[in-house]
Design a protein around this ligand. Structure first.
Ligand code: SIN
Length: 300
């Protein structure tokens, strides 16, 4: 069977139709799905009904999985599934509400970050007028690389940047939504940030341009509010370059906005795109997602 792709009005975020991910997918169809994933960076499947076992089985077709580091947010029965949710049950959060409300690649704290992730929507917050909330944005880092102005390409090509856990946590605290009652970050959110910091390597170095391990395409490797400086540039030039890079990668022409519906499964490639959750909703509106994370096959 040849897969049916409905193209989004962006370089990524294309919808693959006619595939039931709860069933075992024949090898030829799987190869087409994997080729689309590698090529576009974000692919979308709508109207799926998946048990945790079925999501894990589909995820494992791509290779081994990584478990989320903060284990209490993984499903007890299926620890390969990381729960992204704002739902509280028996006084305890069932998942992590804020898995990244800033532009980022997943697990930049690791020398070899994961290949990518898939997020499956079980509950989606919807406003009174029917508008879904909690969208996720994706920006294509391969398209952004191809469109770099010459001066910026020359400035970043072959250079490495230092990522700082402390800088990132400070940035996330400064930009996190506050509790309207207290005007402060909730205790749970503060605790989450502290826990994250304790689990992160203080500093890690990544190339600013990486070759995609499967396609060979060059991609900008960037996360907002995480890079302290670019090695080999003075402070002013480094800051100016990072700001120019931020403005470049966040141009609307590279961005796909995913408006969630229950039953959506979205897969993103961690080298060729960055993403950001909006988090523009609160309880009693509920959001519940199951994420699996694909291990990196090759270092980049
Ligand atoms: C994530 O970054 O893993 C989650 C994205 C989202 O919650 O939309």
């Amino acid at each position: 069977m040849s897969i049916d792709i409905r193209f989004a009005d962006a370089p990524l975020g294309h919808e693959i139709r006619g595939v039931d991910l709860s069933q075992s997918i024949e090898d030829a169809t799987f190869a087409e799905i994997e080729a689309a994933y590698d090529r576009y960076g974000v692919i979308v499947f709508r109207d799926q009904t998946l048990t945790p076992d079925q999501q894990i089985a589909f995820s494992k077709r791509f290779g081994p999985l990584d478990r989320y580091v903060l284990e209490r947010y993984n499903l007890v029965t299926h620890p390969d599934i990381f729960v992204v949710s704002n739902v509280i049950e028996n006084g305890k959060p069932i998942g992590l509400a804020d898995a990244g409300r800033y532009w980022h690649t997943d697990m930049w704290v690791k020398p070899i970050p994961p290949r990518g992730s898939m997020l499956y929507a079980l509950e989606v917050p919807v406003r009174d007028d029917g508008e879904p909330l909690g969208d996720t944005y994706f920006s294509s880092m391969s398209a952004a690389y191809d469109a770099l102005p010459d001066w910026l390409r020359e400035r970043i090509e072959g250079r490495k940047a230092v990522y700082s856990a402390r800088k990132n946590v400070e940035y996330r605290i400064a930009n996190a939504p506050v509790d309207p009652a207290t005007g402060e970050l909730s205790e749970e959110a503060k605790e989450g940030m502290r826990e994250r910091l304790a689990n992160m390597t203080p500093e890690i170095t990544h190339a600013l341009v990486k070759h995609h391990p499967r396609t060979g395409r060059k991609c900008i490797y960037y996360s907002e509010g995480a890079i302290s400086h670019i090695i080999g540039l003075d402070e002013k030039t480094s800051d100016e370059t990072l700001e120019a890079l931020r403005q470049h990668v966040l141009q609307p022409r590279f961005i796909y906005r995913h408006r969630w519906r229950i039953g959506d499964l979205v897969m993103w490639d961690n080298c060729s795109c960055i993403h950001k959750a909006t988090g523009d909703f609160d309880l009693p509106l509920r959001r519940r997602m199951h994420r699996t994370t694909l291990s990196a096959s090759v270092a980049v």
